[in-house]
Design a binder for this molecule. Structure first.
Ligand SMILES: [Zn+2]
Length: 645
């Protein structure tokens, strides 16, 4: 099997004897049994059978070391290019943003990931760069989308569709930006772009609305039974001439939209995006003035009929880079149905979150608030703004580039953390506007009676805990699907993975519910995936990234109970029971303190922006009774049962 061919020996973890193996020998079975909970014998059998059949490895995936570099540099002088490849290369080279091109082989992530980390060297950059997974999605057919970030504000987004790779890497601190471009089937170049692609662009020309003009209402056209926003991508002949492929860029934008909303704490059921269609807008001549082109787009009969045919709620026109430094514009913030159009220059559309940003405007999201950034492009309306993410060097999607570091795939949300920093506050919460408006925008046009574009992932919804206690041995996940798209009876398949890409281990479930066991032997971040396939062979997938955290009592039934195990945790809470105020010792910077009732409903929530040796929480107004006090930070979640007298 593939892993053995490389001849490496895996280090053991937690006392497991872990060796490379090439079949269903005794070692495989031994490892399998250790990996899964001994109480679930029936599952072992199906798991072992699945493993033999699919030739999966059963080693704890966290022990796998990076085996190949993401890019294998090729010697261009020894390559023979076809005339088509030469022409494509010339097209890419003629793009004013292109600086340097290297011929490369792209290695699959299954060979390059080390659990949640991806390390790669880059031409022209000394040393290597390591990125940690932020959002990961993959389908059973091998397609994937992986985005990761590092502490110096760098990020990578890489995807595979069929046999094609797409992606980009940015390291703003070094002023370097790379993109993967296909020149023919299986042949790629790594393109280094001019640093303008990161820093120079005022990437949104949408003017803030006049002071005082509130826009809390999006056109409501009635219910259409879902929160899936369908997006039509049209492109100009000028867009094609840049060398960027609209048929690669459009699905990449859809991936970014879905990745960024899920990573921002919204569920697939709150809001999701589907590709309605892709097509050239024949006869459309770019004027060089983005506002003019946008007006022309909205009034274009061909664009309107393409939209009607594709039942698209939103239209994006991909153009050449002819408006630089402006690279995108939305017709309206909180758009009406007739104005749900935007433009994104194709080199930036799926590389600088430009198309995602413009779609955000159409739904109601705004730039940073003026007081947070006195530069151009800020917005003095009340709510729903972009946000700089602490000192991470990143900013959320709606924040203009002049204000903070690189854009990362997050919508501002005070309840969501990125690298230990909150991604929003009470006044800056674009996630809430996306959630509250999704059903309105999704109903601009009705769903087609049959899918026009075969993209079903948006209609499958996984549910279950996003975090589990280290020490938990089983957790229940369930999956549902939209009857709009799937015709019962449906088949369910499940997978568990340490890196979200490969291998996926079959936990032996074939219904809508699955108990994931063996969590103790999984890495600190792992993935659960569920796929629904119906009688018409329509298939949709949802993936959860799950984090293991330290819980009081080590999980299981003990997780909410204050016992002598308290010494195990860093925080101490006293007195308990308490009268009006409770003291929490050693509150770490970046922690969230939540008070919930016994059913988990949040009563009060506080974010601590500094280390506090002794935090005194005044809970005088609280009724008497039992509550949970939850202390969350980047490393742990602790839950204390407290009693107000
Ligand atoms: Zn904007």
């Amino acid at each position: 099997m593939a892993l053995t061919l490389r001849g490496l020996t895996w280090p053991a973890k937690r006392g497991h004897v872990a060796h490379a193996h090439d079949g269903c020998n005794q070692k495989t079975n031994t490892l399998t049994i250790k990996f899964f909970d001994m109480k679930h014998t029936f599952q072992f059998i199906s798991v072992i059978l699945a493993a033999c059949f699919l030739n999966f490895t059963f080693l704890p995936v966290s022990v796998l070391k990076a085996q190949a570099m993401l890019f294998e540099m090729l010697n261009s002088s020894s390559l023979t290019l076809t005339s088509d490849e030469t022409a494509k290369l010339a097209q890419i080279q003629s793009n004013t943003l292109t600086e340097t091109i290297w011929h490369v082989n792209v290695n699959p992530l299954s060979n390059t990931l080390d659990a949640s980390n991806l390390t790669t060297t880059l031409p022209g950059v000394s040393g290597s760069q390591t990125f940690t997974a932020d959002y990961v999605f993959s389908r059973p057919n091998g397609d994937y989308y992986w985005s990761g970030a590092n502490l110096s504000g760098g990020q990578i987004r890489i995807g595979k569709t069929g046999s094609d790779y797409f992606g980009n890497i940015s390291i703003p601190s070094l002023d370097v930006y790379y993109g993967i471009q296909k020149i023919s089937e299986g042949r790629y170049v790594l393109v280094k772009y001019h640093e303008n692609i990161l820093n120079g662009a005022a990437d949104c020309g949408t003017p803030p609305m006049a002071n005082g003009e509130e826009d809390t209402v999006v056109e409501d056209r009635g219910s259409c039974g879902g929160n899936v926003i369908r997006v039509l991508f049209l492109f100009t002949s000028g867009a094609v001439m840049t060398g960027f492929d609209p048929y690669v860029v459009a699905p990449a934008v859809i991936n970014e939209l879905n990745a960024s909303t899920v990573a921002s704490g919204l569920s697939n059921g709150d809001i999701s995006f589907a590709l309605a269609n892709i097509g050239q807008l024949n006869g459309f001549v770019e004027s060089g003035v983005i506002a003019t082109d946008l007006t022309n787009l909205v009034g274009n009969a061909s664009a309107q009929s393409s939209r009607e045919y594709s039942k698209a709620d939103i239209v994006v026109l991909l153009t050449a880079n002819s408006y630089f430094p402006v690279v995108g514009r939305a017709q309206e913030i909180s758009a009406s149905n007739d104005n749900a159009y935007c433009i994104a220059a194709i080199p930036f559309a799926a590389t600088a979150f430009t198309a995602t940003h413009e779609i955000g405007h159409l739904i109601g999201a705004r730039h940073q608030w003026c007081a947070a950034c006195a530069a151009v492009g800020c917005d003095d309306n009340t709510n729903h703004h972009g946000f700089p993410i602490g000192a991470t060097g990143f900013r959320t999607i709606m924040m203009q580039q002049v204000c903070a570091g690189g854009r990362v795939g997050r919508w501002s949300n005070p309840d969501n953390m990125f690298m230990g920093a909150a991604t929003g506050d009470n006044d800056n919460n674009n996630a809430s506007i996306l959630r509250s408006r999704a059903d309105n925008v999704a109903c601009f046009l009705p769903e087609p009676s049959l899918p026009i574009y075969p993209y079903f992932d948006n209609w499958v919804y996984l549910s279950g805990p996003y975090w589990v206690c280290d020490g938990d041995d089983s957790q229940i996940y369930s999956v549902s699907f939209s009857p709009l798209w799937f015709t019962p009876p449906v088949a369910y398949s499940w997978g568990v993975s340490g890196n979200g890409i490969s291998p996926w281990i079959d936990p032996g479930c074939n219904t809508s519910q699955c108990t994931i066991t063996g969590i103790d032997n999984l890495p600190d971040v792992f993935y659960v995936r569920a796929t629904v396939t119906d009688v018409n062979r329509r298939s949709g997938t949802d993936v959860f990234k799950i984090k293991k955290v330290q819980c009081l009592g080590g999980g299981g039934d003990d997780r909410g109970i204050v016992t002598s195990i308290l010494a195990h945790s860093k925080n101490t809470v006293y007195p308990n029971p308490f009268a009006d105020r409770i003291t929490i010792k050693q509150v770490e910077k970046g922690s969230w303190l939540s008070l919930t009732d016994l059913s988990g409903r949040v009563i009060s929530r506080q974010h601590q922006s500094a280390d506090i040796p002794e935090f005194l929480w005044d809970l005088e107004g609280l009724g008497t009774g039992l509550y949970f006090l939850v202390i969350e930070n980047n490393n742990s979640v602790q839950r204390f049962k407290i009693c107000k007298q």
